[in-house]
Write a protein that binds this ligand. Structure first.
Ligand SMILES: *Cc1c(COP(=O)(O)O)cnc(C)c1O
Ligand code: SF4
Length: 345
């Protein structure tokens, strides 16, 4: 599937003409199979002893970390901001008042068929249950995806009945876990609805598993007669390296607009310098910060909480430290409310 004319990037600055991503040794499905799948293995990979952290050998929400992303974890550091996002820990078992299994009210909203239409001009499709990485703070960590076979609703009928929809958002899980051929079939269907101008994809894959951005996917984006917006999910500057720079440059060359959403997490990215470095590094790789989300109160993630007052103070500092276009909107999801609540813009 990979063409032979990929050239290895020789470490040139990302500013130079975008190269194709380096031909990965493994394709993305093989990379997926090789992902780290338990805490002990992950600690070993990071040169840490099994007693370095209170890791949980048998968590309800299983451990899953692709190796290319795990390689960016600093070796021998139990406080590494990437490790803390993905290592299952015993402290997740604590029950904390206010932290439940459906913090965003998705289960109610999704009683229907995997299609959320909360805003006038855009609708959101839950495409798949799967993710390449399992983030410990994920608001869907208790989501019964298994029961939700994610049958795609009749999107065509819905769009025809709602000519005001201009943008279709693919969410999940991670939509890029779907084979490109599946995305292509969806795109053909969207193409039959002339009102739809933009396809948005919420994904973590270009950063956690860069091999997913292969020649076939780039070709798909290049040919798509729609605006394509990709909202990445990066929480810390250390998640970005030369490989992501090359991968993101290739996406931009294929016409994809790149934005980022992050989640504000205690001990991971709750300092001004960390958020500033994230914004600046994203920008150096062609990505604009979009949202900084307050943690959804999901059971098992209470230890990541940053209180609202601290979040607002941090955001005010960011506004002083960064140009306006690099300051993400501080946002909070409120179950049952019609729109995402922006606390500070
Ligand atoms: C967040 C969200 C969107 C997108 O909102 P934007 O403000 O355009 O980023 C759309 N639909 C649903 C259900 C959402 O939760
Ligand atoms: S990639 Fe997104 S949906 Fe998947 S586990 Fe992480 S936060 Fe949750």
């Amino acid at each position: 599937m990979e063409s032979a004319d990929f050239t290895l990037n020789d470490g040139a600055l990302p500013m130079s003409r975008p190269e194709m991503p380096p031909a990965p040794a493994l394709n993305w499905q093989q990379e997926m199979q090789q992902a780290l799948r338990n805490g002990r293995e992950l600690l070993e990979f990071c040169h840490l002893s099994p007693t370095a952290l209170d890791f949980d050998p048998d968590p309800d929400f299983p451990c899953r970390v692709p190796r290319p992303w795990a390689a960016r974890i600093r070796k021998g550091d139990p406080r590494d901001p990437l490790l803390l996002q993905v290592l299952p820990r015993i402290c997740e078992q604590e029950t904390v008042p206010g932290f439940g299994t459906d913090p965003t009210g998705d289960l109610r909203a999704l009683a229907g068929p995997g299609l959320l239409h909360k805003y006038r001009s855009r609708c959101l499709l839950v495409t798949t249950a799967a993710c390449a990485v399992h983030c410990r703070y994920c608001f869907r960590r208790h989501f019964p995806y298994g029961e939700q076979a994610t049958p795609w609703p009749d999107l065509g009928t819905h769009l025809a009945a709602h000519p005001e929809i201009r943008e279709v958002i693919l969410s999940g899980g991670d939509p890029l876990m779907l084979p490109t051929a599946r995305l292509q079939r969806l795109a053909v269907m969207l193409g039959q609805q002339p009102q739809v101008r933009t396809l948005r994809i919420h994904t973590r894959m270009p950063v956690v598993l860069p091999a997913r951005v292969d020649a076939e996917l780039l070709d798909f984006f290049r040919r798509l007669p729609l605006q394509v917006v990709m909202v990445l999910h990066v929480n810390h500057a250390q998640e970005l390296d030369q490989t992501t720079a090359t991968t993101l440059a290739a996406l931009r060359e294929a016409g994809v607009h790149l934005l980022n959403q992050a989640v504000l997490l205690r001990a991971v990215n709750d300092r001004t310098d960390s958020q500033q470095a994230l914004a600046e590094t994203l920008f150096s790789q062609g990505v604009l910060p979009y949202y900084l989300h307050l943690l959804d109160p999901v059971a098992g993630a209470a230890h990541f909480t940053v209180d609202t007052a601290s979040a607002l103070a941090l955001h005010a500092e960011l506004r002083r430290a960064l140009p306006g276009y690099l300051v993400p909107r501080l946002a909070q999801e409120k179950p049952g409310e019609a729109a995402k609540r922006v606390l500070a813009g």
